[in-house]
Write a protein that binds this ligand. Structure first.
Ligand code: ADP
Length: 488
């Protein structure tokens, strides 16, 4: 298909899926959300912090490269490394004092909802999904305020021994505290001296200090778990994320098996309540290989129907599953990368016994679907086109507050570079005898073992915001896919 034909498909599919989204009776979203505190720092902030910390300690911590932040000196060392190299980094902190130190020395940051489940719940409530039931094990008063004020958004709470659904601002526990991540942004060109060395920041980037307080556990309160069946009959799908918070051994001495077991039990319970439910896991970068492996093989494998991930996450998943070479080919930026990505998605589908693997990249999305999927490849394609329109509208405006807001995404043209990469993949597949030219051009290739759906996407030239777009794409595609199930 020519780009103009794709543009027509976009319009038709988007409006069709927009009408159908109300077919979804409800979704369950868990577990992770936090408050992102964003602070753009200038040279004066850096000089101030350098004056506050012990320079000798920072120098030695620079050499040691702290993998977690336990003191202001650790923070300054990692900030200097990130700024010197212009490289983004995310470093955990288990020490809550660093939050107070950052607030005292940098002032309050600009705050917004962070964490996959938080972003997904807000997005789905904003695009008018009928009942969005979020569950956050650490829902505090402060955190609850970051949920959008919509009457289709709920959180379970136990009252008089009954489970009730209320807006998160009426369902928090007053004894819980928020998880606050700091996002320290800096600009290219900032210059300063540190201990005789001149540092010139080579590009705009950011350091994230990810708070990991001990109460952050991937778990569900016993009472809520036990009453779950009271309300979840109308839930067509669950979007789960945050498993990266599972620790090998936590502060209470529980090993990861304990949390894996509980996570799987929750999935099984959701399936008992509605045997037709579809379970989606939003994957993320997980540094700890043991945990990454466990999530893939013990939580996702066989229990889950669908996963959503970006290209780096495909490579990370392949890596722990023993496909190192393919993982390398996925992240190497050459012509074969898109082909390796397709192969990688196919491997994930079969090895993890999934129904659907959805990969998003800049300029195109690939979805590999199993032969026993209850959704047709054509419907998968419409869902992807809907998701790309929602994503474009989010990139354009920074936020979507109603389903109508998403119409503006249609104005964004399909990105030529993405379309060309998409054509490269077509060439590779045809060379290997996978699919006919017609199938490829129409975006759905049916092979005897699985179906492949590929679409070129709309990319906003100067996006207002890009954080959370990946989560938005996966969530929008998954719920619109659910809407086609209920139409049958
Ligand atoms: P995040 O974790 O912040 O959501 P991801 O890497 O998972 O980030 O996803 C980013 C995705 O957002 C990309 O794969 C791409 O599809 C989409 N995206 C990024 N920038 C734009 C843009 N300017 N216009 C449209 N889509 C974009």
């Amino acid at each position: 298909m020519e780009i103009s034909d794709w543009e027509r498909e976009y319009r038709d599919s988007y409006f069709k899926m927009k009408d159908m989204i109300h077919n979804v009776r409800g979704v369950f979203v868990a577990y992770n959300c936090n408050i992102d505190s964003i602070k753009k720092i200038e040279k004066t902030d850096i000089l101030h912090m350098l004056n506050t910390v012990n320079t000798q300690t920072v120098k030695s911590r620079l050499q040691e490269y702290p993998r977690e932040i336990s003191s202001p000196e650790d923070f300054v060392a990692r900030l200097l490394i990130s700024m010197r190299d212009g490289k983004a980094a995310e470093v955990p902190t288990y020490d809550l004092k660093i939050h107070d130190w950052l607030t005292k020395n940098l002032g309050q940051g600009k705050s917004r909802m962070g964490g996959q489940a938080g972003i997904i719940a807000n997005t789905l409530a904003n695009i008018d999904v009928r009942n969005v039931i979020a569950y956050v094990p650490w829902l505090s008063k402060e955190q609850a305020d970051y949920f959008v004020n919509k009457d289709n958004l709920f959180h379970p709470i136990i009252e008089n021994n009954h489970l009730r659904l209320k807006h998160p601002t009426k369902a928090y526990s007053s004894n819980k505290k928020p998880k606050i991540n700091w996002i320290i942004e800096y600009s290219k060109g900032i210059e300063f001296d540190f201990s005789g060395e001149k540092i010139i920041v080579p590009r705009d980037n950011r350091l994230i200090v990810s708070s990991r307080p001990p109460w952050i556990k991937i778990d569900m309160e016993k009472d809520i778990y036990e009453h779950l069946q009271e309300v979840y009959k109308g839930i067509d799908g669950a979007l789960l994320s945050g498993y990266q918070m599972i620790k090998e051994v936590d502060e209470d001495g529980n090993t990861y098996d304990y949390y894996v077991d509980k996570s799987v039990k929750l999935i099984k319970k959701l399936k008992e309540v509605n045997p037709k439910i579809r379970i989606h896991v939003e994957f993320t970068s997980i540094q700890n290989r043991v945990i990454r492996n466990v999530i893939l093989k013990k939580i996702i494998h066989e229990h889950v129907h669908s996963i959503g991930l970006d290209t780096v996450e495909v490579a990370n998943a392949l890596n722990v599953l023993g496909y190192e070479e393919l993982a390398f080919a996925v992240i190497k930026k050459d012509e074969r990368a898109i082909d390796a990505l397709y192969e990688g998605a196919v491997i994930l589908l079969h090895e993890l016994k999934l129904e659907r693997v959805q990969v998003h990249s800049l300029g195109y999305y690939i979805c590999v679907s199993s032969k026993d999927s209850p959704v047709t490849p054509e419907d998968h394609k419409k869902s992807l086109l809907f998701a790309a329109t929602v994503a474009a509208s989010k990139a354009m405006s920074g936020d979507i507050t109603t389903l109508e807001d998403c119409d503006q995404g249609l104005e964004v043209p399909i990105w030529k570079d993405g379309y060309n990469k998409f054509e490269t993949l077509e060439k590779h597949l045809i060379e290997r005898g996978i699919g006919t030219l017609k199938e490829l051009q129409d975006g759905c290739v049916c092979t005897p073992k699985h179906d492949v759906i590929i679409i070129p996407t709309k990319v906003v030239k100067n996006p207002v915001a890009t954080v959370g777009i990946g989560d938005t794409i996966s969530a929008a595609a998954f719920v619109s896919m659910l809407s086609t199930l209920n139409a049958k």
